[in-house]
Design a binder for this molecule. Structure first.
Ligand code: MTE
Length: 347
C-alpha cells in the first residue's frame, strides 16, 4: 500500500522502521510470546483473563487522544457481555500489545507515517457524533451515536487484522454485528451494496489538508450486502476493554477480519445502501492494486510484493514472519461467499 506507492509519499512522512523496532525491542519476548496457546486451546483459561493478567491491555487515558470521553459510551463498552468464547469468532492467539496497536497505525487522515495518527490525532472530538443512514433503506436519517448503539448489545471479538502491507496484529475489539444495524434500518430490495464514509474535517485531520495527501477524501469503503450481513463483520466502538482511541477509528469503525485491513474503515459518519458497487478510496487511488473485494489471499500477490507471509506485531530485534492464511484464517466461515468466483480476477 504505502510501502512504495506510485504517487510517492515523502520519506519524511513515514516512521522509520528502525525507530519503531527500537521502541519494541525490549518488549518482544515478554508476556505476549509467553501466552501458551496449548493452555488456551485446552480450554484451561480464557484469552481475556490471560491477556489481562499479562498486562497486554494496560493503557493510560491519554492514549485515547480524545477531547473527551463520553461517560455513557465508556459505560456501555465496559458493561459488555462476558469474555469471548474461543471459536470461529475469537482467536486464542496472543494479543498484540495495546502499545503497538495504538502507535503503529494507518489512518491517512492524520498523515502517512505509522506514528502520525497517535501523535496528530490529539483531542479528536467524538462527542457529539452522528451517522447518516442513506440510500436504499426504509429508515434513512441522521442518527446520533447513542441512538445507533442503543439497541445493540456489545461483545468482545478477538480477531486477526492483516494489513495489505503484510503486517498483522491480534486485537480484542468490542462491538456488535454489522448485520444488526443493517436489519434495524431495513434495506429495501434494491440494496445490493453498502458504502461507508469517514469524517471529513481537515481542521481536525491534517492529512486531509496536506498537499502530500495521497487519497481522495472522505475515505470510502464498501461491501457487498451478503458480506456485510456475515456475522464476522462488526462495527467496533471499543478495544482492549475501553472505547476506541482516536487513532484506531473512534468512535465507530468497521472490522472485516477476512479482508485486508484497509476495508475496515474508521470514524464512520455515513452508511449508504446502494444498488451498484461503490468506488472506494483505494480503488480510486490505484485500482490495479487495490480491488473491491480485497480478501486476504496468500496466492494473489500485490503487484509490488508477495502476500504469502506476514510480519506479526510486535516486532522486535527479529521479525516474526508467519504464513498468511487464505481469508486470513476465516475460510471455513466465509469461503462460501465467493463460491465460483475467480479470486485473482476479483482481488
Ligand atoms: N480508515 C480510514 N478512514 N482511513 C485510513 O487511512 N486505513 C486502513 C483501515 N481503515 C484507514 C482506515 C488501513 S490501511 C488499515 S491496515 C487499518 O485501518 C488499520 O487499522 P489500525 O490502525 O486500527 O490497526
Amino acid at each position: 500500500m504505502l510501502i512504495k506507492t506510485k504517487k510517492e509519499i515523502p520519506s519524511s512522512e513515514i516512521t522509520p522502521e528502525s525507530a519503531y523496532k527500537q521502541r519494541r525491542e525490549f518488549l518482544i519476548g515478554s508476556a505476549n510470546i509467553a501466552i501458551g496457546a496449548g493452555a488456551l486451546s485446552a480450554g484451561l483459561i480464557s484469552p481475556t483473563a490471560l491477556a489481562q493478567s499479562d498486562g497486554l491491555r494496560s493503557r493510560a487515558p491519554e492514549d485515547l487522544n480524545l477531547a473527551s470521553k463520553p461517560s455513557w459510551l465508556v459505560d456501555i463498552v465496559r458493561s459488555r457481555s462476558d469474555a469471548p468464547v474461543i471459536g470461529p469468532y475469537t482467536t486464542a492467539e496472543a494479543l498484540t500489545p495495546f502499545e503497538d496497536t495504538t502507535t503503529y497505525n494507518n489512518f491517512f487522515e492524520f498523515g502517512n507515517g505509522k506514528g502520525d495518527p497517535a501523535s496528530r490525532a490529539q483531542d479528536f472530538k467524538i462527542d457529539p457524533w452522528s451517522v447518516e443512514i442513506a440510500g436504499e433503506v426504509n429508515k434513512p436519517g441522521m442518527y446520533n451515536l447513542e441512538d445507533i448503539l442503543q439497541p445493540q448489545s456489545l461483545e468482545e471479538r478477538i480477531y486477526r487484522l492483516r494489513c495489505v502491507e503484510a503486517f498483522s496484529m491480534v486485537i480484542p475489539w468490542i462491538g456488535f454485528p454489522l448485520a444488526n444495524l443493517i436489519n434495524r434500518f431495513e434495506p429495501n430490495s434494491n440494496a445490493r451494496f453498502i458504502e461507508f464514509e469517514t469524517l471529513y474535517d481537515p481542521e481536525q485531520m491534517p492529512g486531509q489538508a496536506a498537499r502530500t495527501s495521497s487519497l481522495g477524501w472522505p475515505y470510502r469503503e464498501g461491501l457487498r450486502m451478503d458480506e456485510a450481513m456475515h456475522p464476522l463483520a462488526i462495527l467496533a466502538v471499543g478495544m482492549y476493554d475501553d472505547i476506541l482511541p482516536a487513532q484506531n477509528g473512534a468512535p465507530l469503525r468497521l472490522v472485516v477480519p477476512w479482508k485486508y485491513g484497509f476495508k475496515s474503515i474508521k470514524s464512520i459518519v455515513r452508511i449508504n445502501f446502494r444498488q451498484d458497487m461503490p468506488r472506494t478510496a483505494w480503488n480510486d487511488y490505484a485500482e490495479d492494486e487495490y480491488g473491491f473485494y480485497s480478501n486476504v489471499n496468500p496466492d494473489v500477490s500485490h503487484p509490488r510484493w508477495s502476500q504469502s507471509s506476514e510480519r506479526r506485531l510486535p516486532s522486535g530485534l527479529f521479525d516474526r514472519r508467519i504464513p498468511t492464511q487464505i481469508f486470513n484464517g476465516y475460510a471455513n466461515e466465509v469461503a462460501h461467499l465467493y463460491a465460483g468466483m475467480d479470486l485473482s480476477a476479483n482481488f
